[in-house]
Design a protein around this ligand. Sequence first.
Ligand code: GRG
Length: 291
Amino acid sequence: MTSYLEMCKSEVNTFLAALYPAQGPTKVLYDAMNYSLLTDGKRLRPTLCLATAETFGIARNQVLPVAVALELIHCYSLIHDDLPCMDDDDLRRGKPTNHRVFGEAVALLAGDALLTEAFFQLAKRTPGIPPDRQLKMVQIVAERAGAAGMVGGQTVDIEKTGQGGTLDDVAFIHLHKTARLIQASIELGALFPDISEAKRNALSVYGEALGLAFQMVDDVLDVVGSAEELGKTPGKDALVDKLTFPKFIGVEETLRRAQEIISNGQKALQSEGITSPYLFELQTTILERSR
Ligand code: GRG
């Protein structure tokens, strides 16, 4: 049976594939954008947005243009994160990184274009959504992805990596670099239906929890993967430079805290009487994922 995640992923992929036909003098830019955009990502952020709106009966095709904006932002961040001035990575999603294929300048511009295009998608009028709520979506993405969110988290990550850092630093980096955009994905989905501010706040709390847990599980996968590569037993010392939760508290405690954070997020939903099989499936996937 096709999972909800698979169904949403397929719809997001279809939407993305039609978005940027490459032609004319800027063909190389569109080729570079499509190269990263159309590789096999999980599409978690748009799916969370679709799932949140669908929890309240909103059809996915109404939400898709907004949902894909989150993937455009995510994709830009991956391209820029891989650049020589950042992580200088050779591989992303199992393929050579954007700058390895298109060169540093075009990769940088492809990331810039995806970020800008995200706001174009967000600003397209969505039938049935009052303009003030759509404006709020634009504000949320700017805040969650910008200096107060993802870009801020990346800055602190770069500054602290290699200088030791503390568990508090890791918590700050994870919250800003990763959790804020995931939180925004749920917050945007919650702006489609006519629901109370209390319900939207509860979904926002839950979104932050999901985002943090997602990055903590990612840390564990990173440590286990690195340990396997090194032929070591996964443990506290597997990653010395990267700032991760397991580096400070170990794998077991990281997973326990991730579960606890999710349970607290769920309590926020329960207090507002929100139950969602869609979000529950995604939450389970996040906690149990292996990539
Ligand atoms: C603004 C340059 C710049 C960077 C922002 C988000 C970010 C900082 C960098 C991306 C690199 C990174 C490892 C971020 C942590 C979040 C994370 C685990 C990203 C990978 O997300 P997945 O697993 O990836 O959803 P797929 O490939 O499935 O889309």
